[in-house]
Design a protein around this ligand. Sequence first.
Ligand code: HAM
Length: 403
Amino acid sequence: MIQSLRGMNDMFSPDAERYEYFIETATTIAKRYGFTFFEAPILEETALFKRSVGESSDIVGKEMYQFIDKGENDVCLRPEGTAGVVRAFIQKKMDKQGGIHRFFYHGPMFRYERPQKGRLRQFHQFGIESFGVASVVEDATLIMMLVDILDALGIGYKLEINSLGDQNCMPDYRNKLVSFLDAHESEICEDCKRRKATNPIRVLDCKNSSCQALYAEAPKLMQNLCEGCDTDFQQLKSLLEDSKINYEVNTHLVRGLDYYSKTAFEFVSDEIGAQSAIAGGGRYDRLVEFLDGKATPAVGFAMGIERLLELIKMPETKREGYYIGTMDDEGLPLIMKAAQVKRKSDKVTVEYKSKNFKNHLKGADKVNARFCAIIGENERNDGTIWIKDLELKEEKTIDLNTF
Ligand code: HAM
């Protein structure tokens, strides 16, 4: 028997309903904030992710679904959504056009990771990207939006923020960190030795406990920010405080993708086990330029939908629509016609099998219909239909033509 691939799941009810409800809620809120829907291909040129997410990242270094297609093109399944949006933004010359552009998207992402609870090889993100606003007010607005989405779904969270500096302060900080790592070369793990050479700041989120203990003493980027980055970070904190959004500053929050500068943030949940990050994002002011576009400030985030599903508080399901049945086979053409009319405006469940009155009422209950409509011999002879409102417990017989 053929099985689905490891780390790639099918989605049935009730997860499928939770998924739909999530998309509906997040979409409504994204539109309220002025974002418009965007859809990019799932397959892109491998070079796009190498140049954006970064060759030193685990995502590009170890986890890409990369292959040569029949036309000899080096392609891969997208491991994340930002790179594709930026590629499209530049391809459509929106960078040259200037102004503000805000997009939201959702769909599958692919990372060849070791599957475990909350960590899949095919997972889904809901993401948003905003281009053209350099002010940190936009960063705060995106965080507010994320909070609105989580609140609407009844999901608790902890927000961690950090600043990763920019091209003015980051190089200097990187040198200081490398000097610190050189001085402690014998104490750091093999992974950190590799990171020191490729992307030193990634050592800060090393999971190794002895490295963690050592890095508590490492120079802090927060204390080495240039004036511009520091002012932005202070403003971000005060905007969050004004909006009554609780946060923690985590100076070791560096994110797993290389394109960030200045603001970086993550939302975590303590209710879903080890893979606790439910959303992450930040500013990436240099990425449009790196991908050969005109320099454009940008900021965004993505939420991991699978990790949120079990946390979503679904609204109470209400009785909805019509259940239509017949008590004998002669009534079948009549209920089919009635259903065709009713479906123009309402959800309709048709029971094809003839049943007695009591069993039809049970059937209507089972599908949670608001109305149970039945045609029996009398109704058929009179050209009528019997209807019961299962919520108000009222019943009546009406002319079938007015149904
Ligand atoms: P990311 O932090 O790599 O950021 O992913 C965002 C979210 O996707 C994570 O917080 C997590 O909930 C979910 N996620 C990641 N990997 C997996 C996995 N293997 N299985 C299940 N869920 C997963 C990005 O992807 C950036 N593009 C976010 C962004 C947008 N930054 C700026 N704009």
